[in-house]
Ligand binder design. Structure first.
Ligand code: ADP
Ligand code: MG
Length: 409
C-alpha cells in the first residue's frame, strides 16, 4: 500500500491503495490453488477492488483475465468478450495458444495477420456468420488449447449473476444449457488438475438468483467465499489515517462517532463521509468534533453523489426480491426506519403476517414463518438489517436508516 491512499467515491481502488484486504487476498489465492470460487457481497463493498488486486499482482503463475459481464445476455457474447479481452491483454500468449490452428479461433487467427483495433471479437464475427450458435465450440476450443499449453489462466468474472438474469430475460432457453456447459468445464478436469481457474463475483447472491430459475444444482461445485465486512477497528483506523495523513486536526471521538453512525459499514459510504469531513476542515480550518461528523452525515444524505448509490439499496429490492417478499421487505423497512431502537422479531413477524393478508397471500402459519425467516436472512445478507441483540433487529447501516426515513417512511 502507498503511504497515503487517495479517496475513492465509487470507482474501484487502485490496487496499491487497497487497505484491509491483505489477509483476504492471501486466502483467496490459497483457495484458488485447488478450486473455483464464488465471491459475493453487496454492491459498493469492495469486490471489484479485490479482483483488480488479484489481476494486478497475480500469484501461482496464473495469467489473469478480468471480464465484466453485467450487460451480457447471450453465451456467445460472453465467450467472445472473454477471448477479446484475453487477446487484448496478452496478445503473445493468445497467438501462442492458437498458433497450431484449431477449427474456429485458430483458423480465424490464421487468416488475420494484424488484428486492428476492432479486435478479435469483430474478426471472429466477420469470419463466422454462425458465430452465435457456435459459442460452445469457441469455448471448448479455448479451454482445450489452454489445457494443452503450459499456461495457467485465471478468469475473473465480475457481476456474473446479472448476466444470468439478462440471459433469462432475452434467451431463457439458453440459461440451462449455458450453466450446464460451464459446470461441465469446471468439473472435468478436476480443478486441482485444471489450468483454467474461475473466480466468479456478484453483487447479487448467485444462489438466490439460480434458485429462482430452478438451476441451483448447476453451481453446487463452486466454493462460496464472503467478502469480510470491515470491522469497527478498521473503520476507525481508516478515518484516522485519511484525516491525520492530510494534516486534519480532530477530536479523538471523531473516528468512533463515524463507526457508530455507519453501523455495518458500506465502504463507499465510509469514504464519502470522510471526504465530507476533510472538506469541512478545509473550509472552516477548525478542529473537527462529533458535531462535524453528524453534519457530514447529514450532508451525505442529501448530496447528489450519494443519492443514486443509496437509491440502489431501495430499487434492488424491486429488482431481485420476489413477491410477496418484495412488498413485505418494503413495508418492514418503512416501519423499522421509524423505530429509533429497532424492533423485536415478534413485532416484525406480526407486521409480516398483516402484509401477507393485505396482499391476499393465503398461507398456513408454517409457510408464513418459513417465508419470514427467508426474508430476514435475505435482508441480513444484503446489508439491510442486523440483529443488534437477541431477537431484536435494526437497520444494519445508520446511514441507510436515516436516508430511508427521509425518503420512504
Ligand atoms: N478496502 C477498502 N477500503 C476503503 N474503501 C473501499 C475499500 N474497498 C472498496 N471501498 C469503497 O467502495 C467503493 C466501491 O468499490 P468496488 O470495489 O467497486 O466495490 P464493488 O465491486 O463491491 O461494488 C470504492 O469506490 C470505495 O469508496
Ligand atoms: Mg464491482
Amino acid at each position: 500500500m502507498k503511504n497515503l491512499p487517495d479517496f475513492y467515491t465509487g470507482a474501484p481502488l487502485d490496487p496499491d491503495d487497497l487497505a484491509f484486504r491483505d489477509e483476504f487476498v492471501a486466502e483467496l489465492w490459497d483457495e484458488l490453488r485447488t478450486q473455483h470460487v464464488v465471491l459475493s457481497a453487496p454492491r459498493r463493498t469492495g469486490k471489484t477492488s479485490v479482483m483488480d488486486h488479484l489481476a494486478a499482482y497475480p500469484k501461482n503463475d496464473f495469467v489473469p483475465i478480468s471480464v465484466f459481464v453485467q450487460d451480457i445476455g447471450h453465451p456467445a457474447d460472453f465467450i467472445l468478450l472473454m477471448l477479446d479481452l484475453f487477446h487484448e491483454k496478452h496478445p503473445k500468449i493468445f497467438r501462442d495458444l492458437f498458433r497450431s490452428g484449431g477449427k474456429f479461433i485458430g483458423s480465424v487467427l490464421g487468416t488475420i495477420k494484424e488484428i486492428d483495433f476492432s479486435g478479435i471479437k469483430v474478426g471472429l464475427r466477420e469470419k463466422d456468420p454462425n458465430w452465435q450458435n457456435n459459442w460452445k465450440s469457441y469455448g471448448d476450443e479455448f479451454f482445450s488449447e489452454v489445457r494443452k499449453s503450459e499456461h495457467k489462466i485465471l478468469l475473473l468474472v465480475d457481476e456474473f449473476p446479472d448476466m444470468i438474469v439478462n440471459m433469462n430475460k432475452h434467451h431463457p432457453e439458453l440459461v440451462r444449457p449455458f450453466l450446464a456447459w460451464f459446470r461441465g468445464h469446471r468439473l472435468s478436469p478436476h480443478p486441482k488438475k485444471d489450468s483454467v481457474r474461475w473466480l466468479i463475483c456478484g453483487s447479487v447472491n448467485l444462489s438466490s438468483t439460480l434458485d429462482v430459475l430452478g438451476c441451483l444444482d448447476e453451481i453446487n461445485d463452486l466454493h462460496d467465499i464472503a467478502l469480510p465486512v470491515l470491522t469497527n477497528e478498521q473503520v476507525k483506523q481508516f478515518v484516522e489515517n485519511m484525516l491525520a495523513g492530510r494534516g486534519v486536526e480532530f477530536s479523538e471521538k471523531v473516528p468512533t462517532r463515524v463507526a457508530a453512525t455507519l453501523g455495518r459499514p458500506v465502504p463507499l459510504f465510509l469514504q464519502m463521509v470522510t471526504v465530507n469531513l476533510h472538506r469541512s476542515w478545509k473550509r472552516d480550518g477548525q478542529k473537527l468534533t462529533v458535531r462535524d461528523v453528524d453534519a457530514a452525515f447529514d450532508e451525505l444524505i442529501v448530496s447528489s453523489g450519494a443519492r443514486d448509490k443509496l437509491q440502489h439499496f431501495y430499487s434492488r429490492i424491486e429488482q431481485y426480491y420476489q413477491s410477496p417478499k418484495k412488498e413485505a421487505a418494503y413495508a418492514l423497512l418503512a416501519n423499522l426506519c421509524l423505530s429509533p431502537d429497532g424492533l423485536t422479531r415478534d413485532a416484525l413477524l406480526a407486521d409480516f403476517t398483516r402484509i401477507l393478508h393485505e396482499h391476499n397471500h393465503p398461507s398456513t402459519s408454517d409457510v408464513r414463518k418459513s417465508l419470514f425467516n427467508q426474508l430476514m436472512r435475505d435482508l441480513e445478507n444484503d446489508f439491510y438489517v442486523a440483529e443488534i441483540k437477541a431477537n431484536h433487529f435494526d437497520f444494519a447501516s445508520g446511514l441507510i436508516k436515516q436516508w430511508w426515513k427521509k425518503y420512504y417512511a
